[in-house]
Design a protein around this ligand. Structure first.
Ligand code: PLP
Length: 438
Protein backbone atom coordinates (compact mmCIF):
# COMPACT_ATOMS: atom_id res chain seq x y z
CA UNK A 1 0.00 0.00 0.00
CA UNK A 2 1.44 3.38 -0.95
CA UNK A 3 1.98 6.01 1.72
CA UNK A 4 -0.65 8.18 0.01
CA UNK A 5 -3.21 5.36 0.08
CA UNK A 6 -2.57 4.88 3.78
CA UNK A 7 -3.10 8.57 4.36
CA UNK A 8 -6.29 8.49 2.29
CA UNK A 9 -7.63 5.73 4.51
CA UNK A 10 -6.75 7.63 7.70
CA UNK A 11 -8.22 10.79 6.23
CA UNK A 12 -11.56 9.12 5.55
CA UNK A 13 -12.01 8.48 9.26
CA UNK A 14 -10.49 11.75 10.49
CA UNK A 15 -11.26 14.57 8.07
CA UNK A 16 -14.75 15.87 7.35
CA UNK A 17 -16.11 14.61 4.05
CA UNK A 18 -17.01 18.10 2.84
CA UNK A 19 -13.32 18.95 2.50
CA UNK A 20 -12.03 17.35 -0.70
CA UNK A 21 -8.72 17.38 -2.63
CA UNK A 22 -7.96 17.46 -6.35
CA UNK A 23 -5.45 14.60 -6.18
CA UNK A 24 -5.10 11.64 -3.85
CA UNK A 25 -1.35 12.03 -3.39
CA UNK A 26 -0.03 13.64 -0.23
CA UNK A 27 2.75 16.19 -0.47
CA UNK A 28 6.12 15.63 1.17
CA UNK A 29 7.93 18.72 -0.14
CA UNK A 30 7.73 21.26 -2.93
CA UNK A 31 9.88 23.88 -4.60
CA UNK A 32 9.70 26.24 -7.56
CA UNK A 33 7.69 24.37 -10.16
CA UNK A 34 7.27 20.90 -8.70
CA UNK A 35 5.73 18.99 -5.80
CA UNK A 36 7.01 15.64 -4.53
CA UNK A 37 4.57 13.31 -2.85
CA UNK A 38 5.09 10.97 0.09
CA UNK A 39 5.74 8.10 -2.33
CA UNK A 40 8.55 10.02 -4.02
CA UNK A 41 6.60 10.84 -7.16
CA UNK A 42 7.27 14.24 -8.69
CA UNK A 43 4.46 16.44 -9.98
CA UNK A 44 4.75 19.44 -12.23
CA UNK A 45 2.74 22.18 -10.62
CA UNK A 46 0.21 24.02 -12.81
CA UNK A 47 -1.89 24.97 -9.77
CA UNK A 48 0.39 26.90 -7.38
CA UNK A 49 -2.01 26.05 -4.55
CA UNK A 50 -4.67 28.04 -6.45
CA UNK A 51 -2.53 31.02 -7.52
CA UNK A 52 -0.84 31.32 -4.12
CA UNK A 53 2.78 30.25 -4.54
CA UNK A 54 3.55 32.77 -7.27
CA UNK A 55 7.12 33.00 -5.92
CA UNK A 56 7.33 29.18 -5.78
CA UNK A 57 6.95 26.85 -2.85
CA UNK A 58 9.30 27.35 0.11
CA UNK A 59 10.86 30.28 -1.77
CA UNK A 60 14.29 31.01 -0.26
CA UNK A 61 13.61 34.61 0.82
CA UNK A 62 10.26 33.63 2.31
CA UNK A 63 11.77 30.72 4.23
CA UNK A 64 14.54 32.93 5.62
CA UNK A 65 12.14 35.71 6.62
CA UNK A 66 9.73 33.30 8.31
CA UNK A 67 12.55 31.56 10.16
CA UNK A 68 13.92 34.83 11.43
CA UNK A 69 10.53 36.14 12.53
CA UNK A 70 9.30 32.94 14.15
CA UNK A 71 12.29 33.10 16.51
CA UNK A 72 11.66 36.75 17.39
CA UNK A 73 7.97 36.56 18.24
CA UNK A 74 5.02 34.65 16.84
CA UNK A 75 1.98 36.68 17.87
CA UNK A 76 1.05 39.66 19.96
CA UNK A 77 -2.17 40.69 18.12
CA UNK A 78 -1.77 43.99 16.28
CA UNK A 79 -4.82 45.33 18.15
CA UNK A 80 -3.08 44.66 21.47
CA UNK A 81 0.65 45.24 20.99
CA UNK A 82 1.50 46.48 17.48
CA UNK A 83 4.67 45.83 15.47
CA UNK A 84 6.46 47.33 12.48
CA UNK A 85 5.89 44.45 10.05
CA UNK A 86 2.15 45.21 9.81
CA UNK A 87 2.89 48.84 9.00
CA UNK A 88 5.57 47.79 6.50
CA UNK A 89 3.13 45.54 4.62
CA UNK A 90 0.46 48.26 4.51
CA UNK A 91 3.00 50.75 3.14
CA UNK A 92 4.02 48.29 0.42
CA UNK A 93 0.40 47.58 -0.53
CA UNK A 94 -0.46 51.28 -0.64
CA UNK A 95 2.48 51.90 -2.97
CA UNK A 96 2.02 48.85 -5.22
CA UNK A 97 -1.72 49.00 -5.89
CA UNK A 98 -2.98 51.12 -8.81
CA UNK A 99 -3.82 54.76 -8.13
CA UNK A 100 -1.58 57.64 -7.21
CA UNK A 101 -3.73 58.79 -4.31
CA UNK A 102 -3.50 58.52 -0.57
CA UNK A 103 -4.36 55.03 0.63
CA UNK A 104 -4.77 52.97 3.76
CA UNK A 105 -4.69 49.20 4.23
CA UNK A 106 -5.89 46.68 6.80
CA UNK A 107 -4.76 43.08 7.14
CA UNK A 108 -6.78 39.92 7.72
CA UNK A 109 -6.30 36.16 7.32
CA UNK A 110 -8.14 35.02 4.21
CA UNK A 111 -9.55 36.26 0.96
CA UNK A 112 -13.13 35.88 2.13
CA UNK A 113 -12.35 37.93 5.20
CA UNK A 114 -10.83 40.67 3.03
CA UNK A 115 -13.96 40.77 0.86
CA UNK A 116 -16.19 40.89 3.97
CA UNK A 117 -14.20 43.83 5.30
CA UNK A 118 -14.27 45.66 1.97
CA UNK A 119 -18.07 45.39 2.00
CA UNK A 120 -18.26 46.54 5.62
CA UNK A 121 -16.07 49.54 4.82
CA UNK A 122 -18.02 50.46 1.66
CA UNK A 123 -21.35 50.26 3.48
CA UNK A 124 -20.06 52.30 6.39
CA UNK A 125 -18.46 54.95 4.16
CA UNK A 126 -21.54 55.38 1.95
CA UNK A 127 -24.31 54.72 4.45
CA UNK A 128 -25.94 52.58 1.75
CA UNK A 129 -26.87 48.88 1.84
CA UNK A 130 -26.74 47.37 -1.66
CA UNK A 131 -23.80 45.43 -3.06
CA UNK A 132 -23.71 44.66 -6.79
CA UNK A 133 -21.94 41.49 -7.93
CA UNK A 134 -21.66 39.69 -11.25
CA UNK A 135 -22.83 36.41 -12.66
CA UNK A 136 -20.04 33.80 -12.41
CA UNK A 137 -18.49 35.72 -9.49
CA UNK A 138 -16.49 33.99 -6.79
CA UNK A 139 -15.71 35.86 -3.59
CA UNK A 140 -15.44 33.15 -0.92
CA UNK A 141 -17.28 30.71 1.33
CA UNK A 142 -18.19 32.64 4.51
CA UNK A 143 -21.81 33.65 4.95
CA UNK A 144 -21.55 37.07 3.34
CA UNK A 145 -19.17 35.89 0.61
CA UNK A 146 -21.36 32.88 -0.21
CA UNK A 147 -24.07 35.40 -0.96
CA UNK A 148 -21.63 37.28 -3.19
CA UNK A 149 -20.51 34.08 -4.95
CA UNK A 150 -22.65 33.02 -7.91
CA UNK A 151 -22.37 29.25 -8.12
CA UNK A 152 -24.62 27.07 -5.99
CA UNK A 153 -22.85 23.69 -6.15
CA UNK A 154 -20.62 23.12 -4.22
CA UNK A 155 -20.21 26.52 -2.57
CA UNK A 156 -23.72 27.44 -1.40
CA UNK A 157 -25.88 24.34 -1.60
CA UNK A 158 -27.97 24.00 1.59
CA UNK A 159 -25.79 26.53 3.43
CA UNK A 160 -28.36 29.32 3.45
CA UNK A 161 -30.08 31.52 4.42
CA UNK A 162 -27.70 34.06 2.92
CA UNK A 163 -26.96 37.69 3.70
CA UNK A 164 -29.30 40.26 2.18
CA UNK A 165 -28.87 43.30 -0.06
CA UNK A 166 -26.71 41.46 -2.59
CA UNK A 167 -27.74 41.98 -6.24
CA UNK A 168 -26.39 39.98 -9.17
CA UNK A 169 -26.14 41.47 -12.64
CA UNK A 170 -24.96 40.00 -15.96
CA UNK A 171 -21.21 39.82 -16.52
CA UNK A 172 -19.27 40.18 -19.75
CA UNK A 173 -18.52 36.66 -21.02
CA UNK A 174 -17.56 37.12 -24.67
CA UNK A 175 -17.78 33.42 -25.59
CA UNK A 176 -21.29 33.13 -24.16
CA UNK A 177 -22.90 36.54 -24.57
CA UNK A 178 -22.65 36.70 -28.34
CA UNK A 179 -19.48 38.77 -28.14
CA UNK A 180 -21.11 41.89 -26.71
CA UNK A 181 -18.71 44.81 -26.52
CA UNK A 182 -17.56 45.74 -23.03
CA UNK A 183 -19.57 48.95 -23.19
CA UNK A 184 -22.76 47.15 -24.24
CA UNK A 185 -22.36 44.46 -21.59
CA UNK A 186 -21.77 47.18 -18.97
CA UNK A 187 -24.82 49.15 -20.16
CA UNK A 188 -26.93 46.00 -19.72
CA UNK A 189 -25.70 45.61 -16.14
CA UNK A 190 -26.05 49.31 -15.34
CA UNK A 191 -29.61 49.43 -16.66
CA UNK A 192 -30.51 46.63 -14.31
CA UNK A 193 -28.78 48.35 -11.36
CA UNK A 194 -30.60 51.62 -11.98
CA UNK A 195 -34.03 50.07 -12.57
CA UNK A 196 -34.02 47.33 -9.96
CA UNK A 197 -31.77 48.61 -7.16
CA UNK A 198 -31.53 52.37 -7.60
CA UNK A 199 -28.16 54.10 -7.95
CA UNK A 200 -28.54 55.93 -4.64
CA UNK A 201 -28.87 52.61 -2.77
CA UNK A 202 -25.62 51.11 -4.06
CA UNK A 203 -22.78 50.95 -1.54
CA UNK A 204 -20.41 48.99 -3.77
CA UNK A 205 -19.88 47.40 -7.13
CA UNK A 206 -17.66 44.38 -6.58
CA UNK A 207 -15.91 42.71 -9.53
CA UNK A 208 -12.98 40.42 -10.36
CA UNK A 209 -10.93 42.01 -13.19
CA UNK A 210 -10.65 38.48 -14.61
CA UNK A 211 -13.15 36.06 -13.11
CA UNK A 212 -11.39 33.20 -11.33
CA UNK A 213 -13.39 30.23 -10.08
CA UNK A 214 -16.20 31.29 -12.44
CA UNK A 215 -14.10 30.20 -15.42
CA UNK A 216 -11.14 32.52 -16.02
CA UNK A 217 -13.53 34.77 -17.88
CA UNK A 218 -11.80 37.81 -19.34
CA UNK A 219 -14.42 40.53 -19.74
CA UNK A 220 -14.56 42.35 -23.07
CA UNK A 221 -12.37 45.47 -23.09
CA UNK A 222 -14.26 48.44 -21.68
CA UNK A 223 -16.56 46.46 -19.39
CA UNK A 224 -14.63 47.01 -16.18
CA UNK A 225 -13.82 50.68 -16.93
CA UNK A 226 -17.51 51.37 -17.68
CA UNK A 227 -18.63 49.87 -14.36
CA UNK A 228 -15.88 51.82 -12.63
CA UNK A 229 -17.01 55.08 -14.25
CA UNK A 230 -20.63 54.37 -13.35
CA UNK A 231 -19.69 53.67 -9.72
CA UNK A 232 -17.82 56.98 -9.51
CA UNK A 233 -20.79 58.89 -10.92
CA UNK A 234 -23.23 57.10 -8.60
CA UNK A 235 -21.15 57.65 -5.46
CA UNK A 236 -20.70 53.90 -5.03
CA UNK A 237 -17.42 52.30 -3.97
CA UNK A 238 -15.77 50.33 -6.78
CA UNK A 239 -14.10 47.24 -5.31
CA UNK A 240 -11.73 45.11 -7.39
CA UNK A 241 -11.32 41.62 -5.96
CA UNK A 242 -7.74 40.91 -7.04
CA UNK A 243 -7.35 37.95 -4.71
CA UNK A 244 -6.59 35.58 -7.61
CA UNK A 245 -5.36 38.07 -10.24
CA UNK A 246 -3.01 40.03 -7.96
CA UNK A 247 0.72 39.87 -7.28
CA UNK A 248 2.10 39.53 -10.80
CA UNK A 249 -0.17 36.65 -11.81
CA UNK A 250 -1.54 38.33 -14.95
CA UNK A 251 1.67 40.06 -16.07
CA UNK A 252 1.50 43.16 -13.91
CA UNK A 253 1.29 43.68 -10.16
CA UNK A 254 -2.51 43.92 -10.47
CA UNK A 255 -4.88 43.10 -13.33
CA UNK A 256 -6.84 46.35 -12.95
CA UNK A 257 -3.83 48.09 -14.49
CA UNK A 258 -4.43 46.56 -17.93
CA UNK A 259 -7.53 48.67 -18.43
CA UNK A 260 -6.21 51.68 -16.55
CA UNK A 261 -8.73 51.21 -13.74
CA UNK A 262 -7.86 52.58 -10.31
CA UNK A 263 -10.30 50.86 -7.94
CA UNK A 264 -11.47 52.62 -4.78
CA UNK A 265 -10.76 49.44 -2.82
CA UNK A 266 -8.74 46.36 -3.73
CA UNK A 267 -8.88 43.03 -1.94
CA UNK A 268 -5.77 40.85 -2.02
CA UNK A 269 -4.83 37.46 -0.57
CA UNK A 270 -3.59 34.30 -2.34
CA UNK A 271 -0.26 35.40 -3.90
CA UNK A 272 0.52 37.97 -1.22
CA UNK A 273 2.70 35.98 1.17
CA UNK A 274 4.19 32.96 -0.62
CA UNK A 275 1.73 30.55 1.00
CA UNK A 276 1.31 31.99 4.47
CA UNK A 277 -2.22 33.06 5.32
CA UNK A 278 -2.56 36.80 4.84
CA UNK A 279 -5.06 39.04 3.08
CA UNK A 280 -5.70 42.74 2.82
CA UNK A 281 -8.05 45.54 1.92
CA UNK A 282 -6.30 48.54 0.38
CA UNK A 283 -7.94 51.71 -0.83
CA UNK A 284 -8.67 55.40 -0.82
CA UNK A 285 -7.86 56.94 2.54
CA UNK A 286 -11.19 58.75 3.04
CA UNK A 287 -13.15 55.52 2.44
CA UNK A 288 -10.88 53.30 4.53
CA UNK A 289 -10.71 55.87 7.34
CA UNK A 290 -14.48 56.41 7.42
CA UNK A 291 -14.83 53.51 9.83
CA UNK A 292 -14.85 54.35 13.57
CA UNK A 293 -11.83 53.41 15.68
CA UNK A 294 -12.05 49.78 16.71
CA UNK A 295 -14.52 48.92 13.94
CA UNK A 296 -12.05 46.76 12.05
CA UNK A 297 -9.69 44.02 13.21
CA UNK A 298 -9.38 40.41 14.33
CA UNK A 299 -7.14 38.30 16.54
CA UNK A 300 -4.75 37.00 13.89
CA UNK A 301 -5.08 39.66 11.18
CA UNK A 302 -1.61 40.67 9.97
CA UNK A 303 0.15 37.95 11.93
CA UNK A 304 3.85 38.89 12.15
CA UNK A 305 5.11 35.68 10.51
CA UNK A 306 2.68 36.12 7.61
CA UNK A 307 3.72 39.78 7.29
CA UNK A 308 7.40 38.82 7.18
CA UNK A 309 6.55 36.29 4.45
CA UNK A 310 4.62 38.94 2.51
CA UNK A 311 7.51 41.40 2.55
CA UNK A 312 9.86 38.64 1.37
CA UNK A 313 7.42 37.54 -1.36
CA UNK A 314 6.98 41.08 -2.64
CA UNK A 315 10.75 41.54 -2.66
CA UNK A 316 11.13 38.27 -4.58
CA UNK A 317 8.54 39.39 -7.15
CA UNK A 318 10.44 42.61 -7.65
CA UNK A 319 13.90 41.04 -7.70
CA UNK A 320 12.94 38.29 -10.16
CA UNK A 321 10.60 40.52 -12.24
CA UNK A 322 7.81 38.00 -11.83
CA UNK A 323 5.28 40.16 -13.69
CA UNK A 324 7.52 39.77 -16.75
CA UNK A 325 7.85 36.07 -15.96
CA UNK A 326 4.04 35.77 -16.08
CA UNK A 327 4.01 37.48 -19.48
CA UNK A 328 6.64 35.10 -20.81
CA UNK A 329 4.71 32.10 -19.45
CA UNK A 330 1.76 33.42 -21.51
CA UNK A 331 4.02 33.74 -24.55
CA UNK A 332 5.12 30.10 -24.18
CA UNK A 333 1.77 28.58 -23.27
CA UNK A 334 -0.70 30.32 -25.54
CA UNK A 335 0.74 29.12 -28.87
CA UNK A 336 0.89 25.57 -27.51
CA UNK A 337 -2.71 25.74 -26.25
CA UNK A 338 -3.86 27.25 -29.53
CA UNK A 339 -2.24 24.49 -31.53
CA UNK A 340 -4.01 21.91 -29.34
CA UNK A 341 -7.26 23.84 -29.87
CA UNK A 342 -6.71 23.90 -33.64
CA UNK A 343 -6.91 20.11 -33.76
CA UNK A 344 -9.36 19.50 -30.91
CA UNK A 345 -12.90 20.75 -31.59
CA UNK A 346 -13.84 20.36 -27.93
CA UNK A 347 -11.91 23.54 -27.17
CA UNK A 348 -14.17 26.54 -27.73
CA UNK A 349 -11.74 29.12 -26.51
CA UNK A 350 -8.22 29.66 -25.18
CA UNK A 351 -8.23 32.64 -22.87
CA UNK A 352 -6.64 34.41 -19.95
CA UNK A 353 -3.75 36.69 -19.29
CA UNK A 354 -0.22 36.16 -18.04
CA UNK A 355 0.05 32.95 -16.06
CA UNK A 356 -3.73 32.77 -15.54
CA UNK A 357 -4.77 30.79 -18.62
CA UNK A 358 -7.57 28.40 -19.45
CA UNK A 359 -9.37 26.46 -22.15
CA UNK A 360 -13.16 26.07 -22.18
CA UNK A 361 -14.49 22.71 -23.34
CA UNK A 362 -17.77 22.18 -25.19
CA UNK A 363 -19.53 19.61 -27.34
CA UNK A 364 -17.91 20.18 -30.74
CA UNK A 365 -19.74 22.65 -32.92
CA UNK A 366 -21.89 23.98 -30.05
CA UNK A 367 -21.49 26.06 -26.92
CA UNK A 368 -22.89 23.25 -24.77
CA UNK A 369 -20.49 22.92 -21.83
CA UNK A 370 -18.67 19.59 -21.53
CA UNK A 371 -17.57 19.26 -17.90
CA UNK A 372 -16.91 15.53 -18.40
CA UNK A 373 -14.30 16.32 -21.05
CA UNK A 374 -12.60 18.84 -18.74
CA UNK A 375 -12.56 16.24 -15.96
CA UNK A 376 -11.20 13.57 -18.32
CA UNK A 377 -8.38 15.76 -19.63
CA UNK A 378 -7.53 16.88 -16.11
CA UNK A 379 -7.49 13.26 -14.89
CA UNK A 380 -5.18 12.31 -17.79
CA UNK A 381 -2.86 15.15 -16.76
CA UNK A 382 -2.84 13.90 -13.17
CA UNK A 383 -2.08 10.35 -14.31
CA UNK A 384 0.95 11.71 -16.16
CA UNK A 385 2.19 13.74 -13.19
CA UNK A 386 0.87 17.21 -13.98
CA UNK A 387 -1.23 18.98 -11.37
CA UNK A 388 -4.06 20.84 -13.13
CA UNK A 389 -7.35 22.31 -11.93
CA UNK A 390 -10.77 22.80 -13.45
CA UNK A 391 -13.18 25.66 -12.80
CA UNK A 392 -16.15 27.46 -14.28
CA UNK A 393 -19.84 27.88 -13.59
CA UNK A 394 -20.35 24.85 -15.86
CA UNK A 395 -17.26 23.00 -14.57
CA UNK A 396 -15.97 22.79 -18.14
CA UNK A 397 -12.87 24.97 -17.92
CA UNK A 398 -9.37 23.57 -17.56
CA UNK A 399 -7.19 26.22 -15.95
CA UNK A 400 -3.46 26.69 -15.65
CA UNK A 401 -1.81 28.58 -12.79
CA UNK A 402 1.88 27.67 -12.75
CA UNK A 403 4.14 29.27 -10.15
CA UNK A 404 5.74 32.29 -11.82
CA UNK A 405 9.20 30.89 -11.09
CA UNK A 406 8.55 27.64 -12.99
CA UNK A 407 11.50 26.78 -15.26
CA UNK A 408 11.11 26.75 -19.03
CA UNK A 409 11.79 22.96 -19.24
CA UNK A 410 9.20 22.26 -16.52
CA UNK A 411 6.68 24.46 -18.31
CA UNK A 412 7.34 22.70 -21.64
CA UNK A 413 7.11 19.30 -19.98
CA UNK A 414 3.77 20.30 -18.46
CA UNK A 415 2.51 21.45 -21.84
CA UNK A 416 3.60 18.17 -23.44
CA UNK A 417 1.45 16.40 -20.85
CA UNK A 418 -1.52 18.68 -21.56
CA UNK A 419 -1.07 18.02 -25.29
CA UNK A 420 -0.96 14.24 -24.76
CA UNK A 421 -3.94 14.39 -22.38
CA UNK A 422 -6.07 16.05 -25.06
CA UNK A 423 -4.85 13.58 -27.66
CA UNK A 424 -5.62 10.55 -25.49
CA UNK A 425 -9.10 11.70 -24.47
CA UNK A 426 -10.34 13.17 -27.76
CA UNK A 427 -11.93 11.60 -30.83
CA UNK A 428 -12.34 13.42 -34.15
CA UNK A 429 -9.81 16.05 -35.06
CA UNK A 430 -11.26 18.52 -37.48
CA UNK A 431 -10.68 22.20 -37.46
CA UNK A 432 -11.78 23.96 -34.28
CA UNK A 433 -12.09 27.71 -34.26
CA UNK A 434 -10.18 29.31 -31.46
CA UNK A 435 -9.93 32.85 -30.38
CA UNK A 436 -7.67 34.31 -27.80
CA UNK A 437 -9.23 37.24 -26.06
CA UNK A 438 -6.80 39.65 -24.53
C1 PLP B 1 -9.91 32.50 -3.61
C2 PLP B 1 -10.71 33.73 -3.81
C3 PLP B 1 -11.43 34.31 -2.75
C4 PLP B 1 -11.50 33.70 -1.37
O1 PLP B 1 -10.25 33.61 -0.76
P1 PLP B 1 -10.05 32.61 0.50
O2 PLP B 1 -8.66 32.93 0.97
O3 PLP B 1 -10.20 31.23 -0.03
O4 PLP B 1 -11.09 32.97 1.48
C5 PLP B 1 -12.10 35.49 -3.00
N1 PLP B 1 -12.09 36.05 -4.21
C6 PLP B 1 -11.42 35.53 -5.25
C7 PLP B 1 -11.41 36.22 -6.57
C8 PLP B 1 -10.72 34.33 -5.08
O5 PLP B 1 -10.08 33.78 -6.12
Amino acid sequence: MSASSELSARRASAVARGVTSVINSYVAHASGGTLTDVDGREWIDFAAGIAVTNVGNAAPRVVAAVREQVERFTHTCFMVAPYALYVDVCERLNALTPGDFEKRSMLVNSGAEAVENAVKIARHATGRPAVVVLEHAYHGRTNLTMALTAKNMPYKHRFGPFAGEIYRVPASYPLRDGGLSGETAAARAIDLIEKQIGAENVAAVLIEPIQGEGGFVVPAPGFVPALHAWSASAGAVFIADEIQTGFCRTGDWFASTFEGVEPDLITTAKGIAGGLPLAAVTGRAPIMDAVHAGGLGGTYGGNPIACAAALASIETMRELSLADAAASIEATMVPRLRSIAARDPRIAEVRGRGAMLAVELVSPGTLTPDPAAAAAVSAACHAAGLLTLTCGTYGNVLRFLPPLVISEPELERGLDIVDAAFASTGEGRVGGGVTLRQ
